[in-house]
Design a binder for this molecule. Structure first.
Ligand code: NAD
Length: 454
């Protein structure tokens, strides 16, 4: 085993879980160091993904700082044991739910929001009093390196440490017994993680992806197009909750496309490639995968590529259910439009496929919105907009079915990384002998009593 991994793992195991004061001081140290390193974090994200400064600030750095702020404000309240009622026959007693740290948590992060998706789970795990080993994605090496520098300079490795590396290092980590595993990435690797966790009965969260639909049935096609263009091309489409495809009526398509063209120019100018606000594909492997999905004859907008610059322009293509592009999550700046005749067909289409991480529906009538909310199962949902639900830390963020299990952000992270221990605290006075043998003659009385109190 790698010495470094063994040393950190053993040292963390020997350290006791974090008190309230420990947690706050760890988070304050992290906050301060993130602020110090902000320009270099922005540079690392630029080097890995050509991420625009504004997107880096909004969706990576400020996202983490906001999460720390919320925890600092609310943690005392969250940590208080929650009082619940006790059953009458066992009175006097106090029943409480205590939030207990699991112990040692392994966080495995992906490359698309390589900073935020490493730090936000770490904040949640620390808030709940755990010690953490963080494995950033090797696919975003500059961010992986700055994460290592950030954590090692801000925090004691007995509390939190970074292990950089790829499959070998992750496999080594997975051979160790952790108390909780938090994984973000694709479902194929998710299955490997879950199988490894099963060996030690380690509880886990899987934050996966999928094909998130955008159903467009509104008369306000212009605003729907604007919000879809923004949500799709943020981070060049490499967002787990980006709208993957659009379902719309054939008669609405031209107007939708014209609006999309207008907003692409408004957002990125006449030459998207020169825009400082448009990102790049993470690497050549993903570039080739995406490039192969675009068939020239199907292109409605865009289709321009430059491999030397890992550039794929915002691209709209026409597709149908059996098109190659409709089989797997796209995870890039290509948006297929699939024609449907009505909302029934759109709902049926989505339900025929795996439960997505997000579902977006642009509709005018309340009855139609309610149908989508009640009939479609997805990790999260936004009516009349895209991707913004993950910025609301009051809402649990996570998938369902193929898009994952478990959810976090804000208080939900604290609860996710805590074991809810049931504690019933009895008094020694007022002893009631009804439950003790000999049972003869007690049963009919107990039945009557139960009927009365239930
Ligand atoms: P990735 O390639 O960076 O892999 C994720 C992590 O898994 C990395 O740390 C990597 O080292 C590790 N890994 C890869 N292969 C492994 C193996 N064989 N054994 C053990 N560990 C291994 O990222 P990715 O999977 O390409 O990420 C993209 C996917 O993640 C998309 O499907 C996307 O939708 C999903 N995603 C989901 C969320 C969410 O919050 N639900 C967020 C971002 C991305």
């Amino acid at each position: 085993m790698d010495n470094n991994i063994a040393t950190i793992y053993t040292a963390q195991k020997g350290r006791k879980e974090l008190s309230y004061n420990d947690r706050i001081s760890v988070l304050e140290a992290l906050e301060e160091r993130i602020k110090d390193l902000e320009p270099r974090i922005v540079d690392a994200l630029k080097a890995d993904l050509r991420k625009p400064r504004f997107e880096s600030f909004l969706s990576e750095i400020d996202f983490c700082l906001h999460e720390i702020k919320t925890v600092k404000k609310k943690l005392k309240k969250w940590m208080k044991p929650r009082r619940v009622c006790s059953p009458l026959p066992f009175m006097p007693a106090k029943s409480r739910i205590h939030f207990e740290p699991y112990g040692q948590v392994l966080v495995i992060a992906p490359w698309n929001y390589p900073f935020q998706l490493a730090i936000v789970p770490l904040i949640g795990a620390i808030a709940a009093g755990n010690k953490v080993i963080l494995k950033p994605s090797e696919v975003a090496p500059n961010t992986s390196s700055i994460l290592n520098e950030l954590i090692s300079s801000a925090l004691d490795s007995e509390i939190a440490a970074v292990v950089e590396g790829g499959v070998d290092e992750t496999t080594e980590l997975l051979n160790l017994k952790f108390d909780y595993i938090f994984y973000t990435g694709n479902g194929h690797v998710g299955r490997i993680i879950m199988a490894a966790a099963a060996k030690n009965l380690t509880p886990l969260t899987l934050e996966l992806g999928g094909k998130s639909p955008a159903i467009v049935g509104t008369k306000n096609l212009d605003l729907a197009a604007k919000r879809i263009v923004w949500g799709k091309f943020f981070n060049a489409g490499q967002t787990c909750v980006a709208p993957d495809y659009v379902l719309l009526r054939k008669e609405d398509q031209d107007e939708f496309i014209n609006s999309a063209k207008k907003y692409l120019v408004q957002f990125y100018g006449d030459n998207v490639k020169n825009s400082p606000d448009y990102g790049r594909i993470i690497n050549e492997r993903h570039f080739d995968r995406l490039n192969a999905l675009v068939k020239k004859d199907d292109v409605l907008i865009g289709g321009d590529v430059d491999k030397s610059d890992l550039y794929i322009s915002p691209t709209f293509i026409k597709a149908n259910e059996s098109s190659e592009i409709m089989q797997d999550e796209i995870f890039g700046p290509i948006l297929p439009l699939v024609n449907i005749d009505n909302l029934d067909e759109a709902i049926a289409y989505v339900k025929r496929h795996d439960k997505p991480l997000a579902c977006y529906a642009f509709l005018d009538k309340t009855s139609e919105k309610n149908r989508v909310i009640n009939e479609i199962s997805s990790g999260g949902m936004v009516i009349n907009d895209t991707i913004i639900h993950l910025s609301n830390d009051q809402l649990p963020f996570g998938g369902v079915g193929e898009s994952g299990m478990g959810a976090y952000h804000g208080k939900h992270s604290f609860e996710l990384f805590s074991h809810r221990k049931s504690v019933m605290n009895r008094a020694f006075f007022l002893e009631n002998d009804l439950r003790y043998p000999p049972y003869s003659k007690k049963e009919s009385f107990i039945r009557k009593l139960m009927n009365l109190i239930s």
